[in-house]
Design a protein around this ligand. Structure first.
Ligand code: HEC
Ligand code: HEC
Ligand code: HEC
Ligand code: HEC
Length: 431
């Protein structure tokens, strides 16, 4: 039998152990709160929960506000990026043929700083009286106010000309911050819903994850689902282009029929979040913010630079905190990756154009829709992969190996499409 004295000591031991754990947890909690307080300075002049005017927030935080305003600046183009919104259709005229029958063949500009988002969506020739309001979703913090007021479904169902076209505030503090604590926050329904379907609760995200999630609200591939034009991210099967294609196949989705080949096409839109997620930096825990909003010193303060732009304009802060290579070396590494990707991308464009021409020739020679089905399907598969790379804004830097694989498959599918169409030509000619 156990000695009653032993039992007593055991009890005391457990109580002491429990108290120690409790005290430690409390200390950790206090420490974390302190860290958070250091991280996010206090809001002296209270900011409303749905305040869309950055100036009001800026009164509390002049340094962040100053750099935020600089997104208006045009420092000119880099080799493939930068903040000069030149017309891509002039620089790369083959895009007109690749997007034949779709508004992107009429107007397709290089993107620029956040300041311009609201101006550019109103001015693009791709928008007209029939454009759904869904289009404004990633251009203004007024979206967050109206989504709450109108309800998400009604917000998307409305017409752009009736709602979004009247906005005057662009992307602002409200899009990324909680006005009470200044902690990062995501509110856009499409991102929250897409993550939920993947089993991820964004309210439980770590600070590190939030430093990419805030950008993932907008810098992603998406589509308008159903007649209600419900903004949806095609992520249920994963974030790679193959998973996204599998999602669209199951749903039976197309954006348009290609004017020349007749193939049912999908337009990819700036999949930065998806591409980054397959790369070495994401795997190493490096967030969008580490490169695009690096810390800078302002006096004795460490401030997040809110001038979001090409890191090639800021290699010192954006890369050299982690990499001890020289600026020339770092710029050279980016250039090597981008040049290789660009060269391969152009090969994929040529292969797709050959496929388009072969399908057209077969059609002109009398091939039926049924006969052309296989070649068209392959055209679709090739072009959505090429576009996943072309519409992504880093020319492969965010994930070099995955990007080259995607382009390799694009070339393969395009040549298979061309072969299928040419085979048809022979059969049609024999008949
Ligand atoms: C390791 C650093 C790094 C990380 C992490 C990173 N990027 Fe980039 N990003 C770059 C570089 C380098 C470029 C190429 C810039 C150029 O060509 O001028 C770029 C380009 C871009 C561009 C186009 C910029 C322009 O000037 O046209 C966008 C938009 C972008 N990134 C968004 C993101 C988003 C969103 C994430 C996170 C999901 C992210 N990036 C993660 C380094 C990074
Ligand atoms: C596109 C998203 C985005 C927008 C828009 C934005 N911020 Fe931030 N902000 C961030 C990120 C990311 C951090 C870094 C937070 C972290 O690491 O936890 C940050 C940090 C901060 C901090 C904490 C201190 C610091 O400098 O690190 C303050 C204060 C702040 N932002 C103020 C503002 C104000 C004011 C505006 C509007 C004028 C604004 N932010 C707009 C993303 C944004
Ligand atoms: C509310 C939607 C939204 C959010 C959130 C957002 N962006 Fe953007 N971003 C845009 C749009 C739209 C543009 C293009 C604006 C234009 O061309 O008019 C853009 C442009 C950019 C550019 C190009 C800048 C240039 O000078 O060429 C970079 C880089 C970028 N964003 C990075 C980020 C990063 C990093 C984050 C997260 C910290 C982020 N964005 C969050 C919508 C958003
Ligand atoms: C927060 C830290 C951090 C920042 C900021 C950062 N990197 Fe990295 N980078 C890493 C890590 C970690 C790796 C992976 C190294 C490894 O595992 O060997 C890496 C890998 C690389 C590689 C090798 C890629 C490959 O395919 O193996 C290149 C090139 C690179 N970084 C360039 C850059 C450039 C250019 C920038 C600035 C635009 C940058 N990095 C910003 C941490 C960072």
């Amino acid at each position: 039998m156990a000695n009653p004295l032993n039992k007593k000591y055991l009890l005391i031991f457990f109580i002491t152990a429990l108290a120690t754990v409790g005290a430690t947890l409390l200390l950790i909690n206090i420490f974390e709160k302190k860290q958070e307080a250091n991280l996010y300075p206090s809001v002296f002049k209270p900011v409303g929960d749905k305040e869309t005017d950055p100036k009001v927030w800026g009164e509390n935080f002049p340094f962040e506000y100053d750099s935020f305003l600089k997104t208006e600046t045009n420092e000119g183009p880099t080799q493939f990026g930068g903040s000069d919104n030149y017309q891509k259709l002039e620089k790369y005229p083959q895009l007109i043929k690749l997007f034949a029958g779709y508004p992107f063949s009429k107007d397709y500009r290089e993107e620029r700083g956040h300041y311009w988002a609201i101006t550019d969506v109103k001015n693009t020739l791709r928008v007209n009286d029939k454009t759904p309001n869904t289009c404004i979703s990633c251009k203004s913090s007024q979206v967050l106010v109206d989504v709450e007021k109108m309800g998400t479904e009604n917000f998307y169902k409305a017409m752009f000309k009736d709602v979004g076209a009247h906005y005057d505030k662009g992307i602002g503090c409200l899009d990324c911050h909680d006005p009470k604590t200044m902690a990062l926050r995501v509110q856009r329904p499409a991102f929250i819903e897409a993550m939920q379907r993947r089993g991820i609760d964004v309210t439980k995200a770590t600070r590190e994850q939030m430093r990419s999630y805030v950008c993932g609200q907008c810098h992603v591939e998406y589509y308008f689902k159903g007649d209600g034009k419900y903004l949806t991210f095609p992520w249920d099967k994963g974030l790679s282009v193959d998973s996204i294609e599998a999602y669209y196949e199951e749903y039976g989705f197309k954006d348009w029929d290609h004017e020349t080949s007749g193939a049912p096409m999908i337009k990819m839109q700036h999949p930065e979040f998806e591409t980054w997620s397959t790369g070495i930096h994401a795997k190493s825990g490096v967030s969008c913010v580490d490169c695009h909003m690096p810390y800078e010193r302002v006096g004795s303060l460490k401030v997040t630079n809110h001038w979001i732009k090409s890191p090639l304009r800021n290699i010192n802060n954006a890369c050299q905190t982690c990499h001890k290579w020289s600026e020339e070396e770092l710029a050279g590494r980016v250039k090597t990756i981008q040049d290789r990707v660009y060269e391969t991308m152009v090969k994929s464009e040529n292969a797709i154009l050959d496929a388009i021409n072969a399908i057209k020739a077969a059609k002109d020679a009398g091939a039926t829709d049924e006969q052309l089905k296989e070649a068209r399907k392959l055209h679709r598969r090739a072009q959505l992969r090429w576009d996943f790379v072309a519409a992504e804004n880093s020319m492969g830097f965010h994930s070099p190996q995955e990007t080259l694989k995607t382009l390799g498959n694009a070339i393969d599918y395009a040549r298979l499409s061309q072969l299928a169409a040419e085979k048809l030509m022979k059969n049609v000619a024999v008949k």
